[in-house]
Write a protein that binds this ligand. Structure first.
Ligand SMILES: Nc1ncnc2c1ncn2[C@@H]1O[C@H](COP(=O)(O)OP(=O)(O)O)[C@@H](O)[C@H]1O
Ligand SMILES: [Mg+2]
Length: 233
C-alpha cells in the first residue's frame, strides 16, 4: 500500500532522514521505533506531504505521491494524528471532529461521526465540551477521531501514547488494534517500543535518520540490540 524508497529529508543543512526505505502492506500495523530526535515525526510529516524530501519516492496504492499537495494526500486516503495531538483547544469536541471532515462532500459524514462517537464513548460524553479542558488521553482520542473523519485507508499515528497514564496507554493501543481489525492500515511511530512492538505485524528501528533494523514485531522484541536500547534491557 505504501512504498518509500531512498528518502532523504533535510532541514536546511541538517539531514533528518537518510536513505529510508519502508513498506506497509494493506491491512498491516507497522511500527517505527526510535529515540527522541531519530526522525520519526519527520518521516510521518513527509508522507503527509507537509515536508518535501530532497531525494527518494513515496508511492501510495501504486501512485507516486512524492509531489502531491498535503490536502490531496488526505483525499487519497492518508490521515495523520500528529504528535502532541494538535487539536484546536478553543473549539468543542464536535467542532474538532467536523474539521476532520472538511475535505469531504459526501453524505456519510454524519454516520461516520456517529461511528467515531461509538468508538470513543468519552468523546460522546464530552461532545459539546471545549476540547482544551479535556485530559491528555481524551485529547489523544479526539486527535485520532478527527483523523478518522477523513475516512483514511492508511492512518499515521505519531506517538499516540506520549504522556499518557498506563491505563490510557493500554486503551489507546486497544483502539489501534480495533481500528486495524476494522480494515484500517496503520503506521505508528512510538518511543514506547514495548507496546508498539506488541501490536505491530512488522517494525523498523530508526536511529539518527537511518533504518538500522527491521523485522516482525516479535523478532524485534527478542532482538538483543533492541532489548538493550529500547526495551529497558
Ligand atoms: N522544524 C525543524 N527544523 C530544524 N530541525 C528540525 C525540525 N524538526 C525536526 N528537526 C530535527 O530533525 C531531527 C529529527 O526530528 P524528529 O523527526 O522530530 O524526531 P522524532 O520525532 O523521532 O523525535 C532532529 O535532529 C530534530 O532536531
Ligand atoms: Mg516526534
Amino acid at each position: 500500500m505504501l512504498q518509500i524508497r531512498g528518502l532523504d529529508v533535510y532541514y536546511g543543512a541538517i539531514q533528518a532522514l537518510d536513505q529510508v526505505n519502508i513498506n506497509v502492506a494493506e491491512g498491516e500495523i507497522v511500527a517505527i521505533i526510535g529515540s527522541n530526535g531519530a526522525g520519526k515525526s519527520t518521516l510521518l510529516r513527509t508522507i503527509s506531504g507537509m515536508i518535501r524530501p530532497r531525494q527518494g519516492a513515496i508511492e501510495f496504492k501504486g501512485e507516486d505521491i512524492t509531489k502531491v499537495p498535503a490536502h490531496e494526500i488526505v483525499q487519497r486516503g492518508i490521515a495523520q494524528s500528529p504528535e502532541g495531538r494538535r487539536i484546536f483547544t478553543n473549539m468543542t469536541v464536535h467542532e474538532n471532529l467536523q474539521l476532520g471532515a472538511y475535505i469531504r462532500k459526501d453524505a456519510q459524514i454524519e454516520s461516520d461521526l456517529e461511528a467515531v462517537l461509538d468508538r470513543f464513548p468519552r468523546l460522546r460524553e464530552r461532545f459539546k465540551q471545549n476540547s482544551g479542558t479535556m485530559s491528555g488521553g481524551e485529547q489523544q482520542m479526539l486527535a485520532i477521531g478527527r483523523a478518522l473523519m477523513t475516512r483514511p485507508k492508511l492512518l499515521l499515528l505519531d506517538e499516540p501514547s506520549l504522556g499518557l497514564a498506563p491505563l490510557l496507554v493500554a486503551e489507546i493501543f486497544r483502539i489501534v488494534l480495533d481500528l486495524n481489525a476494522d480494515g484500517v492500515t496503520v503506521l505508528i511511530v512510538e518511543q514506547n517500543a514495548n507496546r508498539a512492538l506488541e501490536i505491530a505485524h512488522r517494525a523498523y528501528v530508526l536511529e539518527t535518520g537511518k533504518i538500522v533494523l527491521e523485522g516482525t514485531g516479535q523478532e524485534l522484541r527478542n532482538d538483543p540490540k533492541v532489548k538493550a536500547a529500547y526495551l529497558g534491557g
